[in-house]
Design a protein around this ligand. Sequence first.
Ligand code: ACO
Ligand code: ACO
Length: 158
Amino acid sequence: MKLVLEKKDRIRMFEEGNKLPYDLLLLADETIDAIDQYIHDSEIYIYERGDETLGVYAYQMFDEESIEIKNIAVSKNNQDEGIGQKMLLDAVEKAKKRGFKYLLIGTSNAAFRQLYIYQKIGFEFYEIKKNYFTEKYKEPIIENGIKLNHQLVLRKKL
Ligand code: ACO
Ligand code: ACO
């Protein structure tokens, strides 16, 4: 799949000093505390249509050969329009250009849409972090009618 953006759309690096789009980041993570554990050491990219921010992704070096997407989110009104997949393709291109061998992404056992999209882009199942969600968050989290417990890590060879 190739990255093609609509005329009015662009993906740009987040400029330090601007307000972080926590409203979007919170769609992909449970709390601001959890986001703050990685966001300040991440590279952040913003998906814009005109002057409207529709999406965000943030990634962070995992080890010398791998970089990990820590957060990816599209505003509720614009989901299922292809923006998430475009941001993933953008992350793949950027990581490849920088010489990384692998792109990693983690998601929950109940994230059907995410698992579909990640595999469509070429990510493969890599690791299961058992009880990741039950140990990290005090309150139970339900998604698609299923309790989150394990984290599934997927990896794409670049
Ligand atoms: N099961 C399977 N496939 C589904 C489902 C489902 N329940 N619902 C939708 N889909 C398909 C659609 O048909 C579409 O497929 P197609 O392009 O082949 O027709 C695809 O999923 C949607 O693709 P996009 O439009 O590119 O996705 P979107 O722009 O909505 O972005 C994202 C995906 C980022 C997951 C967005 O929905 C979102 O922000 N969700 C809330 C936050 C979130 O869960 N983020 C990821 C958490 S993990 C992390 O951050 C590391
Ligand atoms: N993503 C998420 N949920 C879905 C999807 C989807 N793409 N499509 C349907 N569902 C949901 C439905 O909404 C429904 O949920 P709900 O009851 O909470 O509303 C549920 O899945 C369907 O449940 P049932 O009607 O009980 O399922 P069914 O009677 O169709 O049986 C089975 C499921 C056995 C998988 C059947 O569809 C089938 O024979 N499929 C082909 C053969 C197959 O794949 N078998 C399993 C292979 S693995 C093995 O054999 C060990």
